[in-house]
Design a protein around this ligand. Structure first.
Ligand code: NAD
Length: 293
């Protein structure tokens, strides 16, 4: 069993840390929020009052934080107190450039590093069914696999440092585009007087089929259960999709990649958030289309 430090005990980090503790690992948690540290203690985890001490004697330190600036700042404070050869795994969703900087900082400090953002949301974190998209060396991936397997159902080693973040934003840009296309098709069908169950029957078994239609249909009571059947409570909030699309657009600019539909999707989700709908599931885009003339 490993000795694990866990930094960032929020909506995602807390259940991930708890799954590691319940699997028998020795987990010490740290968060800037005292309430989160107290909650960790009440669940039988160790809690540290400082970032430096969370790394004391740890084989692995995991971070689950809001953005790249915080990941870099936390890494710079953690790395000097980590043991030689130990592993830093950053599971936060952050920009590719910051992820590469964290890898370089770890290499300079003689520590191993993985960027390992997740898909699966809060439900997946609690159930231990996350998918990890992982960037880093073969050695780092081998050292981290056991703990990733506790927190998730699948970990894909995508390549060198930054590859996990690259995979995550490519996937989520495609998801945003396919969801908007799905919303447009079903909203147009309604205006054409077409029964939406019939459209679902056709599209879900035809060339337009995709995850946004088949398993996450944005129309209430059509297809399998999804957030549309629960007043669009997330699921995956539009504000988080907006965040990921901003990261995708930054990366596209740096890589000189042409992403005209990605840019359009980013503009639509930005407008959705600015219009006050950021807390709704991202599939609620279907109800927002009429606001976007
Ligand atoms: P959250 O805001 O609930 O949790 C972040 C935690 O980090 C908070 O508890 C905060 O107090 C703590 N924190 C902030 N700065 C800190 C610092 N300097 N040191 C220690 N702790 C600090 O966010 P979340 O929903 O848990 O998301 C975490 C990451 O996971 C984000 O990068 C997000 O994009 C990504 N993500 C979230 C979801 C989701 O559905 N919530 C899904 C996939 C990926």
């Amino acid at each position: 069993m490993a000795k694990i430090g866990f930094v960032g005990l929020g909506n995602m980090g807390f259940p991930m840390a708890l799954n590691l503790k319940n699997a028998g690992h020795e987990v010490t948690g740290f968060d800037v929020s005292e309430a989160a540290r107290e909650a960790a203690k009440s669940e039988g985890m160790n809690s540290s009052d400082s970032l430096e001490h969370v790394a004391d004697g740890a084989d692995i330190v995991i971070t689950m934080l809001p953005n790249g600036e915080i990941s870099k700042s936390v890494a710079s404070q953690l790395l000097p107190s980590m043991q030689e050869g130990s592993l830093l795994i950053d599971c936060s969703t952050i920009d590719v450039a910051s992820a590469k900087t964290v890898h370089q900082m770890a290499a300079d400090a003689g520590k191993l590093c993985l960027d390992a953002p997740v898909s699966g949301g809060v439900g997946g974190a609690a159930a231990g069914t996350l998918t990890f998209m992982v960037g880093g060396s073969d050695q780092a991936f081998a050292d981290g696999s056991n703990v990733l397997d506790v927190m998730g159902q699948k970990a894909v080693h995508c390549g060198d440092g930054g590859a996990g973040q690259s995979a995550k934003i490519c996937n989520n840009m495609l998801l945003a585009i396919s969801m908007i296309g799905t919303c447009e098709a079903f909203a147009m069908a309604e205006k054409l007087g077409l029964d939406q169950d019939k459209l679902f029957d056709v599209v879900s078994t035809s060339s337009g089929s995709c995850w946004s239609v088949n398993t996450y249909c944005p129309v209430p009571n059509v297809g399998p259960k999804s957030p549309s059947d629960n007043n669009y409570q997330p699921g995956f909030a539009a504000s988080l999709m907006n965040k990921d699309l901003n990261l995708a657009m930054e990366a596209a600019k740096d890589a000189k990649a042409q992403t005209p539909l990605g840019a359009h999707a980013a503009a639509l989700y930005k407008a959705m958030v600015e219009n006050g709908h950021g807390d709704l599931d991202f599939s609620a885009m279907i109800n927002i289309l009429d606001e976007m003339k």
